[in-house]
Structure formats: structure tokens, C-alpha cells
Design a binder for this molecule. Structure first.
Ligand SMILES: NC(=O)c1ccc[n+]([C@@H]2O[C@H](COP(=O)([O-])OP(=O)(O)OC[C@H]3O[C@@H](n4cnc5c(N)ncnc54)[C@H](O)[C@@H]3O)[C@@H](O)[C@H]2O)c1
Ligand SMILES: O=C(O)[C@H](O)CO
Length: 325
């Protein structure tokens, strides 16, 4: 059986695949393989491990209907047409849970960095602008006792709440599809409407999946309901906020600051105005990028491939394997 990997993955995952006797090939070029070329290559493979931003749409899946599994090395699966995969009998796996702590760390880091203008200060030193200690300059915001509003209180949102309560005793409110009893019990988190969350939060942190309902959720209307002293954090997907509206909200003082690990498009252009705003911190989609987490993600993604090819249920399925033994 042959497995194609769309971008190199940690050795722990490769080893599992090799030990299972699978024949593997990895795309190692310093650019993403063009979609049509990838589809052509995949005709020779039984499974694909997607370790990069590949658009697994209906055209892709119909062109690769022989695949037993699309194994994602990510928890997010907004790049996959799951309905088409289900209809074509192609399993889809993902890697939830193991990346929640690392991604929440990135959200927490962005919150702190935006609140103290940290990335901007770093650039100012490089520019030679560290002149004197000024009692009225470079002032940030404190987080102690403030209200954290989480939109999408699932696994990563829970870890973010844990950090904010532990470090700053922040009050947690949340907007979610369902009630999160664990968070209500652990942090006294209170479920509110989306508008109430926007109006009451000092920090709004987004942790939903990108879906038709959440696409562009943070637009001019949403930002207009936030406090002028609030900070917007997005480590979910860039498509959840409207970038032009975010820039306008920051420029007009409608909101105070922002921290982004995800943008739309990715990569963000080097001349994007957000990169020159003092109260904004941007990271290049590195939420899950720690040694431990990427190892754990690679292991789950590899296991999902092995399970699918062995006609067994996946460890984590977005679309379950229908070819069970
Ligand atoms: N920046 C990164 O590197 C990185 C890393 C991992 C995950 N992510 C993103 O984070 C997302 C969340 O991951 P997770 O593991 O916490 O997922 P999860 O499924 O545990 O949590 C998502 C939560 O969002 C809620 N939700 C979904 N649609 C909603 C809506 N319309 N309104 C309100 N709530 C809604 C769900 O009920 C759920 O509680 C992923 O889908 C992915 O896009 C980004
Ligand atoms: O969804 C995910 O797991 C992250 O975005 C990592 O790519």
C-alpha cells in the first residue's frame, strides 16, 4: 500500500508508517504542490496524509475517488468537502485534542503581546528608537480581573479559559452552539448571546471552526458592538474575521487591539497595514507548532492512515471509514 504526504512530517509519524510496511513518498519542495499535479500523483497512491493547506474539494475527491483516506494533520477540516468525501466513501481523519494546549498558548501569547504592544516595541528597538524611559509613552492595558469572551468554547477555548483564569483571574463568558458544562463548573463560565459577549468582553478570543455560519462573523457590525478598550484574538481561521473591517475598527478606535495567528489570505502580505499597528500582534499560523504537539499530531495522522488501510475505524474521524473489515 502506498501513502503520499503533502509536506514533510515529524519522524514519529513517518516511523509508524514505515513500521507498518507502507510505501511512503513525501513532497519536499519549498512551495506547495500545485493541485492538478497533486491529483495526478495521487493516482498511484492508496492514501494521502495532508500536512499543509491543500484544498480537498469535490473536484479533488472525485478525481481521487480510489483513495481510502484523506488523513489531515490538523484538527480543522474547513478545507475538506466532507459531504463529497462521505458520498464517495473516502474516510477523512483529523488530529483533535493533542494541539489544544499549544494553540491556547498562542492565543494567550497574542493577548499579552497585543495588550502590551510587545511586537511593536521589539520593532522599535531594532529601528533604534529606544530613547529614554518615558512615564507617558508605550502604555498598554492590564488583564487582571477583566472579562474574557470566548466564541466557540470547545477544546482550545477551554484551554484558553484555563490560562486566563489561572493567570489573571479573568471572568469567563462564552458563546457556543451548546452549553459547556465542564467550563461552567471549572471556571464559572457563563453562556451568553453573541451580542452580549461582544458588549461585555475586554478580550474576545475566537475558537470556532470556520463554517458557513462563522465565515465573516467578525465584521463591521460585530466590531461596532465591542468596547473601545477591547482586544480581538483569532487563532481559529482567518475567514472568521473580515480583514478590512478589522483594520477599520482598529484605525477608528472602535476596538483597542488585536492578535492574529490566522489571516485571510495566508500568508499575509508583508505590507499589510495590520503589521504596522502598535496594538496588533500577528503570528504566521504557528498555533500548534511545538515539538511535542507536532509529534503527537503526526502520530495520530499516521495511525489514521494505518487504520483506514487496515479497514479499521479511525482514531479520530471526520468522515468514518466505510470499508471496515
Ligand atoms: N491556529 C492554529 O494553529 C490552530 C490550531 C488548531 C486549531 N485551530 C482552529 O481552531 C478551531 C477549534 O478547534 P477545537 O479543537 O477547539 O475544536 P472544538 O470542536 O473542540 O471547538 C469548537 C467549538 O466551536 C463551537 N462552534 C462551532 N460553530 C459555532 C458557531 N457557529 N457559533 C458558536 N460556536 C460554534 C463548537 O460547538 C465547539 O464547542 C479548529 O476548527 C481550527 O480551525 C487553529
Ligand atoms: O486546524 C489545525 O489543526 C491547525 O490550523 C494546524 O494547522
Amino acid at each position: 500500500m502506498k501513502v503520499y504526504i503533502t509536506r514533510n512530517i515529524p519522524e514519529a509519524g513517518l516511523k509508524l508508517l514505515k513500521d507498518a510496511g507502507l510505501d511512503i513518498a513525501v513532497w519536499t519542495e519549498n512551495y506547495h504542490q500545485p493541485e492538478e499535479e497533486l491529483i495526478k500523483v495521487l493516482q498511484q497512491y492508496d492514501a494521502v496524509l495532508v500536512s499543509g493547506p491543500v484544498k480537498v474539494d469535490r473536484h479533488f475527491l472525485e478525481s481521487c475517488r480510489h483513495l481510502k483516506i484523506v488523513s489531515l494533520m490538523s484538527v480543522g477540516y474547513d478545507n475538506v468537502d466532507t459531504e463529497a468525501a462521505r458520498a464517495l466513501g473516502i474516510a477523512v481523519g483529523n488530529t483533535p485534542g493533542v494541539l489544544s494546549g499549544a494553540t491556547a498558548d498562542a492565543a494567550f501569547l497574542l493577548m499579552l503581546a497585543a495588550s502590551r504592544k510587545a511586537f511593536h516595541m521589539h520593532k522599535e528597538i531594532i529601528r533604534g528608537n529606544w530613547n529614554f524611559w518615558d512615564p507617558t509613552a508605550n502604555l498598554g492595558l492590564e488583564l487582571g480581573g477583566r472579562t474574557l469572551g470566548i466564541v466557540g468554547l470547545g477544546k482550545i477555548g477551554f484551554e484558553m479559559a484555563k490560562r486566563c483564569v489561572g493567570a489573571y483571574d479573568m471572568k469567563v463568558i462564552y458563546h457556543n452552539r451548546g452549553k459547556n458544562e465542564e467550563a461552567e463548573k471549572a471556571f464559572g463560565a457563563v453562556r451568553v448571546s453573541f451580542d452580549e459577549l461582544l458588549e461585555q468582553s475586554d478580550v474576545v478570543s475566537v475558537h470556532t471552526a470556520l463554517t458557513p455560519e462563522t465565515k465573516g462573523l467578525f465584521n463591521k457590525n460585530a466590531f461596532s458592538k465591542m468596547k473601545p478598550s477591547s482586544i480581538f484574538i483569532n487563532t481559529a481561521r482567518g475567514g472568521v474575521h473580515n480583514e478590512a473591517d478589522l483594520i477599520a475598527a482598529l484605525e477608528s478606535g472602535t476596538i483597542w487591539g488585536a492578535g492574529l495567528d490566522v489571516t485571510n489570505p495566508e500568508p499575509m502580505a508583508a505590507d499589510n497595514p495590520l503589521l504596522n499597528m502598535p496594538n496588533v500582534a500577528v503570528l504566521p499560523h504557528i498555533g500548534s507548532a511545538t515539538v511535542d504537539t507536532r509529534n503527537a499530531m503526526a502520530v495520530i495522522a499516521a495511525k489514521n492512515v494505518i487504520l483506514a488501510l487496515g479497514k479499521r475505524p479511525l482514531e479520530h474521524a471526520v468522515v468514518e471509514n466505510i470499508h471496515l473489515a
